[in-house]
Design a protein around this ligand. Structure first.
Ligand code: ZN
Ligand code: ZN
Length: 250
């Protein structure tokens, strides 16, 4: 068992959150929700495993809620609009709005109908709590129960807070390079693997890049994976505005 100080435990929690953010932006968001990039089978499996162990989120739910957000951005049907529900409500209560929308069967049926559960989903990855439990057990084995608890709690709070910032602050204040309601916030982009470049993303939702600057760390990372033939960035969508960001098929 490794003995680490509190600052090191906090750094490890930050690293775990960043790992979860990489998977969120590259896999849940750019690959599944918008089909802006593709992952090789091995990399996709690694990302699904990381997702399962670090946040245990259901990929169909995330994709469905997010696609609905694009269709109804800042309109009354938007699952988490700060303009409709209040900026602090969404920033700090994002997880509750997310859960409320994800629990609606019609949302999944409409916005995630192209994501039928495969064998791995049914047997393993749909059991999110088992994954998170295993992730925590791994931390306990590595660092002992107290440090594991600190890492798990800080990671959970930070991940939820940063997601709330993207959905709340990212539709409230910041730079608007393009004429849409979302904003760019570089500090948030640095902490969320590029998700903070939200104005760029809403302008070109089918692009694998959130703008062309290096603040979109996820885009740079995706390009690096592509160089190693682990991903394909669908470059043709890079600078074309697509009015239908919801590739739900049918
Ligand atoms: Zn948005
Ligand atoms: Zn999106």
């Amino acid at each position: 068992m490794l003995s680490v100080s509190l600052p090191v435990a906090l750094l490890i929690a930050f690293a775990v959150t960043q790992l979860a953010n990489v998977v969120t932006t590259l896999y849940l968001h750019r690959t599944l929700s918008h089909r802006a990039m593709s992952l090789s089978a091995p990399l996709e499996f690694v990302m699904r495993t990381v997702l399962w162990l670090t946040i245990g989120i259901d990929r169909r739910e995330w994709v469905a809620v997010h696609r609905k957000h694009h269709v109804f951005s800042d309109e009354p049907q938007d699952p988490h609009s700060p303009i409709q529900k209040g900026v602090w409500h969404v920033t700090f209560g994002n997880v509750l709005y997310y859960r409320r929308e994800a629990d609606k069967p019609e949302t999944l049926a409409t916005y995630a109908r192209d994501l039928e559960p495969d064998r791995w989903e049914r047997m393993v990855f749909s059991h999110g709590m088992v994954g998170v439990g295993l992730g925590i057990a791994l931390l306990v084995v590595l660092f002992g129960p107290l440090t594991a608890a600190v890492i798990a709690v800080v990671h959970t709070v930070l991940y939820i807070f940063l997601s709330g910032c993207v959905n709340g602050l990212g539709h409230w204040f910041g730079r608007r390079a393009h004429d849409n309601k979302a904003t760019n916030q570089r500090w948030l982009a640095l902490l969320t693997c590029g998700e903070g470049m939200h104005n760029e993303h809403h302008e070109y939702p089918r692009s694998p890049y959130f703008g062309s600057s290096w603040w979109d760390l996820g885009g740079r990372l995706g390009r690096m994976f592509a160089r190693f033939h682990l991903a394909v960035m669908h470059e043709s969508t890079r600078y074309s505005r697509d009015n239908d960001p919801v590739p739900v098929g049918g």
